[in-house]
Design a protein around this ligand. Structure first.
Ligand code: XMP
Length: 327
């Protein structure tokens, strides 16, 4: 495997199943040559990049891969279950599932500052992963889902998916089989590896997860409202053919309430804010025009199905001035 971080000009763009298959065959050979009979560790978030790396490694070295899925409590509805179903049940991977929900939420309790929240999530993630790494014997390699834009930008995005910052005694040799690929190529490879469509074509999801969409100090009941509202939005976007058309769409539940009326009584509940944006590079973004009838239906579902919510708002702000996420 090339250790260069530069994509050769001669490298063909992977756009077809045939090209994906050739890439997979070549990587499987290279991974076997690099890893031999040793063990490799991977933080498997369930996002497309780490999932493709996991599937490649399972094909190349099978049970020598130890995939660790950390549930930090800020994942979307159904995500940890899907990781277990796909990788443990279907791909027969050696998967370690870590339920760290209480650890993360306890650490985050009362913390309102967005940067502080991100730091806590990132640091705790490394700590949990490090603990799991120490429980494993004979690990020699650390696999990462680095992709080419990460190398080109090497910005803050993904700062906590990529498990940099491990202590020296856990300083494994890196395995980065998709580091020269662009996102669309990773998706073609993922499809060819047999990963489900909703994993392969999933919208970007920030490392700190729902944490940046449950603004201010996170509480479990507000986080639960956020997760349910997000699931309704995703379901309706899927059903109405918007999922493939809109780059990123999600809900936010801010840390303030407003008055409303439910069952003839005044209530004091949270609003849910819907954000749906299109962009090429996430540096600027425009607002998707969603048919009014769909917005209306989503609103109706959220205010009747999600506990603690009495209003739904649609964020019309482009980037700039609003960033895509609210924190
Ligand atoms: P903003 O909010 O800056 O987001 O307009 C641009 C893109 O980056 C994603 N994002 C993150 N991804 N860790 C991540 O892995 C983060 O801390 C983070 N913050 C924002 C955001 O979802 C959008 O796609």
């Amino acid at each position: 495997m090339s250790n260069s971080n530069v994509r050769p000009a001669s490298m063909e763009r992977i756009t077809t199943p045939e090209l994906a298959k050739a890439f997979i065959d070549e990587q499987v050979k290279a991974l076997r040559a690099q890893i031999g009979s040793k063990k490799v560790l991977l933080a498997l978030s369930g996002g497309v990049d780490s999932s493709v790396v996991a599937a490649l490694l399972i094909k190349a070295v099978g049970q020598q891969l130890v995939a660790v899925h950390v549930n930090h409590g800020l994942l979307r509805k159904g995500e940890p279950e899907q990781v277990i179903r796909v990788f443990r049940d279907e791909f027969k991977a050696n998967l370690v599932y870590v339920d760290a929900v209480d650890r993360f939420l306890d650490k985050l309790a009362g913390v309102a500052d967005p940067e502080q929240k991100r730091k806590i999530i990132g640091a705790e993630f490394i700590r949990v992963f490090e603990e799991e790494a120490r429980k494993q014997e004979g690990i020699s390699f650390l696999a990462q889902g680095t992709i080419y834009p990460d190398i080109l930008e090497s910005g803050p995005v993904k700062s906590h998916h990529n498990v940099g910052g491990l202590p020296e005694d856990l300083d494994f040799e890196l395995v980065e089989p998709v580091k020269l690929l662009f996102k669309d190529e990773v998706r073609v490879v993922g499809k060819e590896l047999g990963l489900p469509d909703n994993m392969v074509y999933r919208q970007p999801f920030p490392g700190p997860g729902l944490g940046v969409r449950c603004t201010g100090a996170i509480t479990r009941d507000r986080l639960n409202a956020l997760r349910e509202a997000d699931a309704i939005l995703r379901e309706e976007f899927d059903k109405n053919g918007l999922a493939g058309k809109v780059w990123q769409y999600f809900t936010i539940v801010p840390d303030y309430k407003s008055t409303g009326i439910k069952d003839g009584r005044r209530c004091w509940d949270w609003p849910v804010i819907i954000r749906a944006v299109n962009t090429r590079d996430a540096m600027s973004a425009t607002i998707e025009e969603i048919p009014y009838s769909i917005l209306n239906h989503i609103t109706e579902r959220i205010i009747t199905e999600v506990p603690g919510v009495n209003r739904v708002l649609y964020d019309l702000t482009p980037k700039p001035t609003g960033t895509i996420e609210w924190e």
